[in-house]
Design a protein around this ligand. Sequence first.
Ligand code: GP9
Ligand code: MN
Length: 438
Amino acid sequence: QGTNMDPVLDYVQQHYAKPNPNYYGVAKGKNVIIIHLESFQQFLIDSKVKDQEVTPFLNSLYHSDNTLSFANFFHEVGQGKTSDAETMMETSLFGLPEGSFFTSLGSNNTFQAAPAILNQQQGYTSAAFHGNTGSFWSRDTVYKNMGYNYFFDQKYYQQTADSNTYWGSKDKLLFAESAKYLEQLQQPFYTKFLTVTNHNPFELAENDTEGFDKPDTPNTMVNNYFATAHYLDDSVREFFDYLKSSGLYDNSIVILYGDHFGLNAGDEKDLAPLLNKDPNHWTNFDHTQLQRVPFMIHMPGLKGGIQKQYGGEIDALPTLLHLLGVNTKPYIFMGNDLLSKQHDQNVIFRNHNFVTPQYTVMTNNNNNSLTIYQNSTGHLIEHPSKKLEQKMRKVAKTKNNELNISDTVNKTNLLRFYTPPNFTPVDPKHYNYQNQFQ
Ligand code: GP9
Ligand code: MN
């Protein structure tokens, strides 16, 4: 066909990790509920401010025997922020080196995305719930290409004087008002709830965080971040209460993930004392450690526990599909199953820095040098051995190749030339998000 699919297929085949037999299919036929925790960083889990737990409910989920909790899971977004996280979570391809894949190409490209795969393989109905305007990040068109059956955007939620923050419906209202739509969905369903309240500048009315005493750092952004994270935590607790009382909890698997950092690099020195770190010795290593975000998989009866293996957003979809008993081999995915013995634990960021279970590595494009930190100590390795240096260069090469392959697929819309067996490309014309269930 004159396309560049061969190197892509080679990479995907080599990089495939076969499912862990202890987990393959354990969630087969369950409803899938994905909770997108806006700007939520892993350091919030188990953190305390003035003796108060910041996120008591998420902490309880993190430590639940029925939750697979990934302690070393990193966001991998670029400028496309939330939309990059969605790209990775739903397609296991990366966002672009510049800009947002959703807004620049997502409205026209062919996808192999979770909603379509699950619909065609296992009869799932899909829906996205988000309290911001539907056209933000071009979601109203991109979701059609992904095969989302329903998209409930801002116009499906009440708009009153105090129902919104700048980014849309407050999270508690989003969850509460989504129930009436959720209940009408054909099961099994694949759904995602995109929260917004914990978004920069983290502004929220005092009475929404009553009883929570913010930190008193000199940085308002830092102080507010803990308050909106606390609110988000409580909104998830309320949603779980609803899931349990409605009975949906018993036949659902819930995935929770943080999309990316909330506090910018410039705010980290003010955050440092709250993490018992010295702001005067804040390094690139420390900054990179803060790129951890939650990834939790919760289901009644699931054999959970805190997972130490390293991974990132690119790995979420193959992990989930294997739990649902879907063979991922036919699809063009860049990530691989976090639960597989063959899982690739090297995590690349969009700026080409990367982490391995042992090292955190900065790549300097100007002089092609590597700066290597030891994860166990946080120390810079001043004079790395030739052997270590070579090993890290090899990782850099492989992972950069992964980014390049993903970019080629997205930038040249390669999936239009490659239809996996038993997959029908999505026709966006079949989807319409006006007047759903009203
Ligand atoms: C907007 C929300 C925020 O709808 O998803 O996106 P972000 O600014 O985090 O990319
Ligand atoms: Mn975001």
